[in-house]
Design a protein around this ligand. Structure first.
Ligand SMILES: [Zn+2]
Length: 262
């Protein structure tokens, strides 16, 4: 059916037409994705490609993706086009390369967590040449994702507040104003990461002080609060006074003083 419409709409030059896949609300690991982050990083299928942009000498540079390929869409941009009552989006080819590098950081982090979530030093160790702003940003996104796993276990009147906190954090991280690109994070926006950390830390402290058993069970399984504590100390995102959950205090102190001198 759609074939006809595409013949009428062939993307120009290096532009690509894609159809979005439905948003997933639960990750493979069963982690709920907060509402605000749904639909932000979206998969799409390439349905038509342009013939390629012309280089300086007039040679045609072919588009890097093919029809039928799955691509990840950046959070913002793209032009919506309605064909036969279905929404399609028109993107410049280069957007997909940008997403590839974002995805690579995300996958690298998740891979290390899956391999051994207790090996926090390894998880927080950036690969060589990794941009530090992007590294911190992607870790924070990952924390928000995993904190949902803890939040759903807390059946208490504070749950709405918890959801609100996570949604707010996700919203800020997805903000086009502060984080227009996930490939290079502006220095002024890196400063925002501290406030996201302080906000979502309240979920750890609430769980620890009011739902100790749930906190301990989750922590034994994920080492999430350990990782978060080391993360914010390594990158000076929170002051020590605010870290009120007593997590292996000496161990954290030692590793941080060692790292900051290096
Ligand atoms: Zn509670």
């Amino acid at each position: 059916m759609a074939g006809k419409a595409f013949r009428k709409f062939l993307p120009l030059f290096d532009r690509v037409l894609v159809e979005r896949c439905a948003a997933e609300t639960v990750t493979k690991g069963g982690i709920m994705i907060p509402e605000k982050s749904q639909g932000k990083v979206l998969q799409a299928t390439v349905v038509a490609v342009g013939s390629g942009a012309r280089g300086k000498n007039g040679e045609i540079q072919p588009v890097s993706v093919k029809v039928g390929e799955k691509v990840l869409l950046p959070e913002y941009g793209g032009t919506k086009i309605v064909l036969e009552d279905k929404d399609f989006y028109n993107w410049p080819d280069e957007s997909f390369e940008e997403m590839d590098s974002t995805l690579a950081v995300q996958q690298y982090i998740q891979q290390n967590i899956r391999a051994d979530c207790s090996n926090i030093d390894k998880i927080l160790e950036p690969p060589e040449g990794q941009d530090e702003g992007v590294w911190k940003y992607e870790h924070l996104r990952q924390f928000c994702l995993e904190l949902n796993g803890l939040a759903v276990k807390l059946q208490c009147p504070a749950i709405d507040y918890t959801r609100h906190t996570l949604d707010g954090a996700a919203c800020l991280l997805n903000s086009n104003k502060y984080f227009p690109s996930r490939v290079s994070i502006k220095e002024s926006s890196v400063a925002k990461l501290g406030s996201v950390c302080r906000r979502i830390y309240r979920i750890f402290s609430h769980a620890y002080f009011h739902h100790r058993q749930i906190f301990d069970d989750y922590e034994n399984e994920t080492f999430l609060c350990h990782r978060f504590t080391k993360f914010v100390m390594k990158y000076n995102l929170m002051s020590k006074d605010n870290l009120i959950v007593p997590i292996l205090e000496e161990e954290v102190q030692n590793s941080v003083s060692g790292e900051s001198e290096a």
